[in-house]
Design a protein around this ligand. Sequence first.
Ligand SMILES: CC(C)(COP(=O)(O)OP(=O)(O)OC[C@H]1O[C@@H](n2cnc3c(N)ncnc32)[C@H](O)[C@@H]1OP(=O)(O)O)[C@@H](O)C(=O)NCCC(=O)NCCS
Length: 265
Amino acid sequence: MTSEEGWSFSEIDCRASLKVDPEGLLVAEDEIGMPIGFIGLFNMTSNITYVNVFIVQKDLRGKGIGKKLWEAMLKVTKDNTLVLDGVSQMKGWYEKRGFSFEAHSASSYHGTLSSQESVTLQNPYNIVSLSDDIWSALIAYDQQIYPYSREHVLRAWFCGVDRYTAVAFLDESVVGYANLHWKSKKECNIRVLNADNDVIADTLLLNLLQHIPLGSNVSFILLEDKPIAKYFSNFKISGTEHKLFTKEITGIQTDKIIFHTGHTI
Ligand SMILES: CC(C)(COP(=O)(O)OP(=O)(O)OC[C@H]1O[C@@H](n2cnc3c(N)ncnc32)[C@H](O)[C@@H]1OP(=O)(O)O)[C@@H](O)C(=O)NCCC(=O)NCCS
């Protein structure tokens, strides 16, 4: 259903979400038990819930199935602050349901990687791939950007097969990180790129690109005020999404977020 919509949502995204909350997938079924729609959710903290993909099978839309899923989600999430990434067409619908705070908007890009640069940038930043011994440094850096711990969520997304995470250091300090995973052999999702400045972001990106074979279909979600890197000049925007909250959450350092997952807060 999600691929038909043109979304990059992958089995890794779905399984990571379920790892964080094994009961966080509400599925609508038809009379014979076939899945016809779903809505995902998981708790970011004890009182903030992320509402993940919300979708109904194309030929069954407009018959009230979405509303049933939505009501089931509200029943489970109770009084928690809710956060979601809503497509532009649905923004008004969500606003009417209390999602009146927007943190940022972002564009979904898709394209085929057709050129690669083998340059090494001359700068003081050192890029290493994520390993257990630098995990706590990455989490400490993440908490400079988000005012709550995302450790359980990042672990679900970053640890496992078919993923790669690059961490940027300046001396002993983490100054950025980026992650990607393979949706299939030929499809790669860049899921996160957070960095202290543009030079670090570019250095991390160059490192990621060295792990993506030419000819791969690549997707990422770029925050709207951030420039598009030259490697993606042939990429197309498939839609805009809005990070919407039911209550204001202050303290997220949006200036350090370049690519975001669209599937976590
Ligand atoms: C959004 C979606 C899950 C709703 O499921 P559904 O079974 O069609 O929804 P319902 O028949 O219960 O109607 C729910 C409401 O959604 C509204 N809605 C559905 N699609 C919409 C769209 N593209 N733009 C604006 N409103 C839309 C309906 O008008 C209805 O509004 P109402 O509550 O004011 O009457 C479904 O349309 C879908 O899968 N859309 C494509 C995927 C998508 O955009 N998901 C949301 C991502 S943020």
